[in-house]
Design a protein around this ligand. Structure first.
Ligand code: ADP
Length: 315
């Protein structure tokens, strides 16, 4: 099978000064996932925004080619690129939820977007919207559909934006830190849906993430960027288990070693004395219309001297 996307010697500058991407090359087949990692400022966003012609002001392609399905995207007019957006190539921005139109309900935006990109009936578009909102843990899709963006939390808006992009089952999906602002459980669901999109719809995905766990879980290939250069590029196994560059080794070293930490803390347990005992604690707030909200419900735990307790959960 040929490549869906081929990027060759691709360089991007800002204001003809900053070389934000320097001779990047990679390719991607249908259904493949490329994770792009690297410290902030290394050029990751610029690289994927460039693919879709969405560089911010001052950004310019200096050299190279971006071949999508046989067409060189760098030679297309803004109008021709616009035609590819949505159904062929979709993008999820880090702050996509913030970019929603504030004066239209989710229903209006979702329907307009879907009916522009897909040849389906209004009823089918409604069903598609419902099913994608539910898949992204928006448990009351009808309420969400009837809401204006300001009536939803930041995380909910982000999920709506992700659902809108995914519902088009694009051939190529570019995702720029799509999960950074989300709770861990929702993050896991988004990662699961990305994986399904690649497997079931053969969507090729480029995901920019600073989360090495997400990067390695999803990826077929990983590109490590530094100072605009793809410093290391290879299969997931090669990059994770046999990294060649010192920079990649350093990034991998920075990932917490959960197993080792568990063992260390087990060692502490036997030596330290008990410092705090929390026993069956409740906290109830008097909510609106005399409805009680159980904020804390029968919680118990002990803490030892020198221990560190992490508390996790959805917001
Ligand atoms: P990353 O996504 O890895 O955090 P970016 O692609 O956002 O990195 O940035 C790469 C480089 O390009 C950085 O040096 C950044 O300062 C510069 N840059 C990004 N956007 C602009 C812009 N609009 N104008 C000038 N420089 C920019």
């Amino acid at each position: 099978m040929g490549s869906l996307l081929e990027v060759k010697d691709y360089s991007i500058t800002y204001h003809n000064k900053v070389l934000a991407v320097n001779k990047a090359s990679f390719d991607l087949k249908a259904g493949e996932v490329l994770s792009v990692v690297g410290e902030s400022g290394s050029g990751k966003s610029t690289l994927i925004r460039g693919v879709l012609g969405l560089l911010s002001s001052g950004g310019k392609v200096k050299e190279g080619k971006v071949i999508f399905d046989g067409k060189d995207l760098t030679s297309l007019s803004p109008k021709e690129l616009q035609k590819l957006r949505g159904h062929d190539i979709a993008m999820i921005f880090q702050d996509a939820g913030q970019a929603m139109d504030p004066i239209k309900t989710v229903r209006k935006q979702f329907m307009e977007y879907t009916l522009t990109h897909q040849d389906i009936s209004v009823k089918e578009a409604e069903e598609l919207a419902h099913s994608w909102l539910a898949r992204l843990h928006l448990y009351d899709p009808e309420r969400v559909m009837d809401s204006y963006p300001f009536e939803l939390s930041g995380g909910m808006k982000q999920r709506v934006a992700i659902a809108m992009a995914m519902a088009q089952s694009p051939r190529l999906l570019l995702a720029d830190e799509p999960t950074s602002a989300l709770d861990v459980t929702v993050q896991a669901q988004v990662v699961y849906e990305l994986e399904r999109l690649a497997k079931i719809y053969q969507t090729a995905i480029i995901i920019v993430t600073h989360n090495m766990g997400v990067a390695s879980y999803l990826a077929d290939h990983i590109a490590v960027m530094r100072n605009g250069v793809i410093e290391e590029y290879g299969s997931k196994d090669q990059v994770i288990f046999h990294p060649r560059s010192d920079y990649t080794k350093m990034l991998l070293e920075a990932v917490p070693k959960l197993k080792r930490m568990q063992k260390d803390s087990a060692g502490v347990t036997t030596e330290a004395g008990q410092l705090l005992k929390i026993n069956e604690v409740d906290k109830v707030f008097q909510g609106r219309r005399k409805k009680e909200v159980h904020a804390v419900d029968n919680v118990s735990f002990d803490m030892l001297e020198g221990e560190c307790l992490g508390i996790v959960g959805e917001s």
